[in-house]
Design a protein around this ligand. Structure first.
Ligand code: HEC
Length: 142
């Protein structure tokens, strides 16, 4: 008998995201505190050099599959993260669920992306207005 289809099905089932039960999310958060917070602080702040929350980006962490994969390959993301994940597969799954939720919700609003450019746009508009005014003034004099 050929077992390949069963093996494939099993692999697929174990890769699928488990349900986001309150228990799994609590366990995931607890794993994050225990493991990731050995080196990271959650939110940025004065004196915080290694905040975790802003780095859980939707691009890299936004799905359960990506998060699960990342947790097992932290040293590939940054060589400094040399500690292999401590915990069993249930811990890893729960942490992946929790981090993926953080990642999904970590979308930067458009106005915050635009904010650094707002000053530039304002400067260009002001400079343009100044030049226009200057050319009008010099034409008026001629
Ligand atoms: C052994 C210490 C250590 C542990 C444990 C650790 N990290 Fe890190 N992590 C680091 C260091 C150091 C950096 C790089 C800091 C920098 O460049 O400012 C980093 C960077 C990161 C980055 C940014 C990488 C990038 O460039 O995209 C992410 C995301 C991250 N860690 C997530 C995690 C998560 C999630 C966990 C828990 C599963 C974790 N880390 C556990 C030390 C650690």
């Amino acid at each position: 008998m050929n077992h390949a289809p069963f093996a494939a099905l099993l692999a697929l089932l174990s890769a699928a995201a488990p349900p986001e039960t309150p228990e799994a999310m609590a366990r995931g958060e607890d794993r994050m505190r225990d493991f990731c917070f050995a080196c990271h602080v959650f939110e940025p702040g004065p004196g915080v050099t290694n905040p975790l929350h802003p780095r859980i980006t939707p691009e890299k962490w936004g799905t359960y599959e990506k998060a699960y994969e990342n947790i097992g390959n932290l040293s590939r993301i940054r060589p400094q993260m040399s500690h292999a994940f401590r915990g069993n597969d249930e811990d890893r799954k729960a942490l992946a669920l929790f981090l993926a939720k953080l990642g999904r919700e970590n979308v930067v609003p458009w106005w915050r992306v635009a904010l650094p450019y707002a000053g530039l746009v304002l400067a260009v508009v002001l400079a343009g207005g100044f030049l226009l005014g200057a050319s009008r003034r010099s034409r008026g004099r001629a």
